[in-house]
Design a binder for this molecule. Structure first.
Ligand code: FVH
Length: 293
């Protein structure tokens, strides 16, 4: 029987993230009904008050609450788990990582089954969930009505950032941030490789890298401004002509240090391409446009 009590919800998926979410909702006093494909993963949740009720089937979990949260491995597992579920009148929140297209298709799929749908992209690792001050938050997109109706419940494990009615937008924001993160990781890997065989301790370089990257983070805002106003010129400050000329030193240093340039070269090549197209007075914003297919 459906429990319309807004202090209760059903959670499908007790992997590392699902378990962290469940614990946070328990801490916040929510009554939980939980299901996991492999039984036995709810044991720890049974010892905490209010104890989570583990049920053996998806159908029972879905039937138990108006709000049904899914946190499974990938979009295929969501389709598989919910294939036969009756979603009529349910509020389905999908925290499984998906692509924007998958999220949009899943929203349509849920709507056809009579459910409201909200997609989520979690910007946190499990230990950050439910931890005050951790900075964890979730991008949400899709049904605004669902988001508003369950805002309190959704705010219990992590902060919330609703980014629009388009169900694909949460995934798009999630992937945009993660992609930028890997760009940063690749630069950091290259920097550590440069000093790896020298008598410079990585722990000495680390704070310098952190403060440099923090200072350079300011350029994100100015790039965004350029993309919006269409004027990428930077004048005399670090223009593309200067940066491309300077990149020769970066490549030569890598060679001298016996370090592969495979992480660095793709970006520098695009900078050169933009310069060759006559954009010497710009900053590096134009690289963005070269990526569009
Ligand atoms: N863990 C993290 O750091 C990241 C942080 C950002 C967001 N992600 C996404 O969260 C989703 C769940 O991740 P997870 O960490 O909980 O993943 P696992 O610990 O590997 O647990 C996977 C759960 O999915 C169940 N499952 C897998 N396949 C199926 C299926 N075909 N049908 C039903 N359930 C399935 C699995 O069940 P079992 O193996 O225990 O039976 C786990 O409950 C994910 O999208 C991340 O990208 C986490």
């Amino acid at each position: 029987m459906t429990d319309n009590n807004t202090r209760s919800l059903s959670l499908l998926g007790l992997g590392a993230m699902g378990t962290a979410l469940a614990a946070a909702w328990q801490d916040a006093g929510y009554a939980l009904t939980v299901w996991n494909r492999t039984p036995g993963r709810a044991t720890a949740l049974a010892d905490v008050a209010p104890a989570a009720v583990a049920v053996p089937t998806v159908a029972e979990a879905v039937a138990a609450s108006r709000l049904v949260v899914v946190c499974l491995l990938d979009d295929d597992s969501v389709g598989e788990a919910l294939a036969d579920a009756d979603l009529t009148g349910k509020d389905l929140v999908n925290l499984t990582t998906s692509t924007p297209a998958q999220a949009r298709a899943r929203a349509e799929w849920a709507c056809e089954r009579g459910a409201r749908y909200l997609d989520g992209g979690i910007m946190a690792v499990p230990p950050m969930i439910g931890a005050a001050g951790s900075g964890a938050y979730v991008f949400y997109s899709g049904s605004r009505g669902l988001f508003e109706a369950h805002r309190d419940a959704l705010s219990a494990p992590a902060g919330t950032n609703y980014v629009g009615e388009d169900a694909g937008f949460a995934a798009l924001h999630d992937v945009a941030l993660l992609s930028a993160m890997y760009g940063m990781f690749s630069g950091v890997a290259h920097a550590f490789a440069l000093i790896r065989k020298e008598e410079i301790a990585p722990t000495d370089l680390a704070p310098l890298l952190t403060s440099w990257l923090t200072a350079m983070g300011q350029s994100v805002g100015s790039m965004a401004g350029h993309l919006e106003d269409g004027d990428y010129t930077t004048g005399v400050v670090s223009n593309l002509a200067m940066q491309v000329a300077g990149s020769a030193t970066l490549l030569r240093t890598a060679e001298e240090q016996g370090v592969s340039t495979e992480l660095l070269t793709p970006y520098l090549t695009l900078m050169k391409q933009r310069l060759a197209a006559g954009h010497a007075e710009e900053d590096t914003t134009g690289v963005t446009d070269l990526l569009l297919r």
